[in-house]
Ligand binder design. Structure first.
Ligand code: IMP
Length: 176
């Protein structure tokens, strides 16, 4: 298989600058508070790893896995909880860290799951937001970048399990 270099939409430097700003904002908003960060696997793992290094608060880290896409670039319309967090979040400040909000279904489902567990607060950080496809309105408290309706890969995001290792966000070329 030939190696191909996807066209960059957002560079490493742009991502890094934005994450520093998000980390500063989160640190300020949670002054004197602890935080449970929930990383939504697999797509958010790179973003979450960089983001928590910029949050100057005591953090405990949890992972959750939901699936809404198979190997296609369109949402299946179904969200399945594949792996749950292990911590009790009752009375805690929760920050959900997601890679991208597209139709909003994944995050809406996740917010509903979290709400019944009675956290003190729940906020959402998402690296990317594609407003064009939004069907389930969600409030993104900390947003990296708003993007147009293109299928993006890299920096944790995949297409059919590939390209997560790219250090920048690229646009999937239909021919590859
Ligand atoms: P939603 O439920 O439609 O908001 O979809 C959210 C999930 O779909 C994300 O967590 C991603 O896993 C996946 N997704 C949506 N758009 C893209 C994209 O452009 N590239 C890679 N994954 C995407």
């Amino acid at each position: 298989m030939e190696l191909y270099t996807p066209e960059a939409l957002i560079t490493e430097d742009e991502i890094s600058l934005r994450i520093q700003a998000l980390g500063n904002a989160i640190t300020k908003d949670f002054e004197d508070e602890d935080l449970v960060v929930i990383c939504v696997l697999k797509g958010a793992f790179v973003f979450c790893s960089d983001l928590i290094k910029k949050i100057n608060r005591p953090i405990s880290l949890e992972f959750i896995s939901l699936s809404s896409y198979g190997d296609s670039t369109n949402s299946s319309g179904n969200v399945r909880l594949e792996m749950d967090i292990t911590a009790n979040i009752e009375g805690k400040n929760v920050l959900i860290v997601e890679d991208i909000v597209d139709t909003g279904l994944t995050i809406k489902t996740l917010m509903d799951i979290m709400a019944v567990r009675k956290p003190k607060t729940v906020k959402l950080a998402s690296l990317l937001f594609k407003p064009v496809k939004l069907k389930h309105p969600v409030k993104i408290d900390y947003l990296g970048f708003e993007i147009e309706d293109k299928f993006v890969i890299g920096y944790g995001l995949d297409y059919a399990g590939r390209y997560r290792e790219l250090p920048y966000i690229g646009i999937l070329n239909a021919g590859n």
